[in-house]
Design a protein around this ligand. Structure first.
Ligand code: SAJ
Length: 419
């Protein structure tokens, strides 16, 4: 069997190498020529645990080829971005273009699977009209389904294999063929449904998380006002067998959780009320964080202070800066006229003006270290590493990830978001 994977990003590339390493012939396609050339030479354009070894194996075995154009195959998997526009409406251009790009290569009996997260009805209303241009009869000569990826960056392979999988075909035969395909490597249960329900399920999962985090952020703000530690309160509440409150932070980033809920708001603005409010709550956190930084500096009587921002990735232990709340926090610091340096050991190149690759440079003359992501490097950071460089001993932990007592023992004033 041959599989053609369209889109070789965080989802497409791991999925492609998994199929290749399980004996299928795989052709990977991306419009980004640089990424294609890198992959061909077994170089990674993204960071993910276990990807390098698996890519080496896939290329060396001859089972995995890559280029910028599709090839004929039995199965076509589309794993392209589905971002939102500035006005928070879904941008389905990549999904549309990817679908159009395979039309000339589709033959009788082929299966097309969309993995990208999309607003419910996209397969039916956006993809099927394009696929009809093949003149193949949809459902009998051409099979189509949605099987949303549900893996978390940092643990992609573990979750690709072990998570349950949702498969929503446009008819039963499409679902059956898709389930058979993923059985190649999926050990979790494969649940069958229709395409639109599958689309809704995926958007619901990420919206659930967004709403839950917004709740946690609201609790953090309330806790600061009434003088308790929200982290301790959440820890205790979560001992209840039916409570699972998520955690506050400087904002919600990434291209999934902060994006997908808008699909529901766009579809049903009058009905998706909590969903929209949660989005606004989470989007307010970077400014809230920056204002708290300003307040801490003022309380210490520090004028023209300098802040060392630790963490630019959108979350801990990933190298991905897209839609990162850290960028928003920095934007607000600039607006407030607060001087800063930025440091992230997972972001290899300097993409910001005040960014440095050296921790010593980052904390030089700093009046405050602000932790915005829970990278392992920050959790285990020791005061002695920065001791001789900082100007003022203040640390502000927005992820509750440092050992507060270690820092307090060294004379630091420790602030935690939601405390
Ligand atoms: N965050 C919090 N508090 C929390 C958890 C996360 O503030 O308690 C923040 C993170 O710091 C980050 C953002 O939320 O900025 C998103 O991070 P995440 O780890 O929650 O999620 P993603 O975007 O990496 O992956 C999510 C996952 N969805 C769910 O867990 C329901 C993943 O399974 C999906 O496959 C992925 O979205 C996707 O591609 O849709």
């Amino acid at each position: 069997k041959k599989v053609c994977v369209i889109g070789l990003g965080y989802i497409g590339l791991p999925t492609a190498v998994m199929f290749a390493n399980h004996g299928l012939q795989v052709h990977g396609v991306d419009i980004n020529e640089k990424a294609v050339n890198m992959i061909r030479q077994k170089q990674l354009h993204i960071e993910e645990t276990g990807l390098q070894e698996r890519l080496n194996q896939a290329i060396d075995s001859g089972k995995f080829t890559v280029s910028t154009t599709p090839e004929e195959a039995d199965v076509f998997i589309i794993a392209v971005p589905s971002p939102i526009n500035k006005d928070k409406t879904a941008n389905l251009d990549y999904v549309r273009e990817a679908t159009k790009s395979i039309v000339p290569y589709l033959r009788k009996g082929n299966l097309v699977v969309l993995e990208s997260t999309v607003p419910p009805r996209t397969v039916e209303d956006v993809m099927l009209p394009i696929l009809k241009e093949t003149n193949l009869e949809i459902g009998t000569e051409l099979f189509v389904s949605h099987s949303p990826e549900r893996v978390i960056p940092g643990r992609i392979f573990e979750e690709l294999i072990n998570n349950d999988r949702i498969v929503g075909g446009i008819n039963e035969e499409s679902s059956r063929l898709t389930a058979e395909l993923y059985k190649t490597f999926v050990k979790g249960t494969i649940h069958l449904t229709d395409a639109t329900t599958a689309e809704m399920v995926k958007v619901m999962e990420n919206t659930y998380r967004d709403v839950n985090i917004a709740f946690a952020n609201e609790l953090a703000k309330i806790s600061e006002k009434i003088g308790i530690n929200v982290w301790e309160a959440i820890r205790l509440a979560n001992f209840h067998p039916r409570v699972n409150i998520h955690f506050p932070g400087p904002g919600v980033g990434g291209h999934c959780i902060a994006v997908d809920p808008w699909f529901l708001v766009e579809l049903q603005p009058e009905l998706a009320k909590i969903v929209g409010l949660a989005r606004h709550t989470n989007d307010s956190m970077p400014e809230y964080t920056a204002l708290k930084i300003q307040r801490i500096l003022e309380e210490q009587g520090i004028r023209h202070g300098r802040v060392a921002v630790f963490g630019l990735a959108f979350k801990g232990n990933v190298d991905d800066m897209r839609e990162s709340p850290s960028l928003e926090v920095i934007h607000h610091l600039e607006r407030l006229g607060i001087d800063y340096t930025a440091y992230d050991p997972h972001i290899q190149e300097n993409r910001l003006a005040r960014q440095t690759q050296h921790i010593e440079e980052a904390v030089a003359h700093a009046d405050m270290i602000v932790i915005l992501t829970d990278h392992n490097e920050f959790k285990t950071l020791h005061p002695e590493q920065v001791e001789s460089y900082v100007r003022t001993k203040i640390i502000f932990d927005t992820k509750n990830c440092i050992d507060r007592h270690v820092w307090e023992q060294k004379g630091y004033e420790v602030h935690v978001l939601g405390d």
